[in-house]
Design a protein around this ligand. Structure first.
Ligand code: AMP
Length: 217
């Protein structure tokens, strides 16, 4: 099974992607995580991506398409994969279709997590991430047991630069202008499933489960 999950920043796509990949034993491919690791390690890719990410802009299509090509090659023999944060533009979606076609594969479903801008600003300002393992928390909705420390590995939690409010507003605008048109693209291909992203992690996860179960029928 090949799934895509997308939604505005703060929609919870990262959290839901982890749950889906665990439940369905799928490989989780997150371009955001790959780019953040590259920034942390100071690689050439990281240096290139950093200024775009810090400003809330998209990393150029050719760079991200190159990353995803390598990841898909590595993941093809497994039990399927879940793309989290890719594609984010129409040219990325077209490149993905070409890559999959050449392997006689196709996308099975596209989950679009729907959340209003107001809710996003509220959610993102409290979001914290583990420096080491990338686990995500929220100061109000999903706090770590000990303030500022990761439950899994005990490392410090931090606020991503791109989670600061002015950057979030840019990311939202970028999302509405460049990524939202993908809904029509996948609607035309009869692959789009819109999921209400309001409510608890479990409530959203249950809605996603319903969509995935109905697909299997
Ligand atoms: P995310 O963790 O998915 O919210 O991604 C964080 C940031 O990484 C985005 O705001 C972009 O700057 C960059 N990024 C991640 N995925 C892509 C993509 N598919 N295309 C362009 N930039 C991306």
């Amino acid at each position: 099974m090949i799934l895509i999950i997308f939604g505005p920043p703060g929609a919870g796509k990262g959290t839901q992607a982890i749950l889906i990949s665990e439940n369905y034993n799928m490989i989780h491919i997150s371009t955001g995580n790959i780019l953040r690791s590259a920034v942390k390690e100071g690689t050439g890719l990281g240096e290139l991506a950093k200024s775009y990410m810090d400003n809330g802009e998209l990393v150029p299509d050719d760079v991200v398409i190159g990353i995803i090509k390598d990841e898909i090659k590595k993941s093809i023999s497994g039990n399927g994969f879940l793309l989290d944060g890719f594609p984010r533009t129409i040219p990325q979606a077209e490149a993905l279709d070409r890559m999959l076609n050449s392997e006689q594969l196709k996308v099975n479903d596209v989950l679009s997590i729907e959340v209003t801008d107001e809710e996003i600003i509220k959610r993102i300002s409290g979001r914290r991430v583990c420096e080491k393992c990338g686990a995500m928390y929220h100061n109000s909705f999903d706090p770590s047991r000990e303030k500022g420390m990761c439950d899994n590995c005990g490392e410090n939690l931090y606020q991503r630069d791109d989670d600061k409010e002015d950057v979030v507003r840019t990311r939202l605008q970028v999302y509405r202008e460049q990524t939202e048109p993908l809904k029509q693209y996948y609607e035309n291909a009869d692959l789009l499933s819109e999921v209400d992203g309001l409510g608890t992690i479990e409530e959203v996860s249950d809605r996603i489960e319903k969509v995935l179960k109905s697909m299997a029928k």
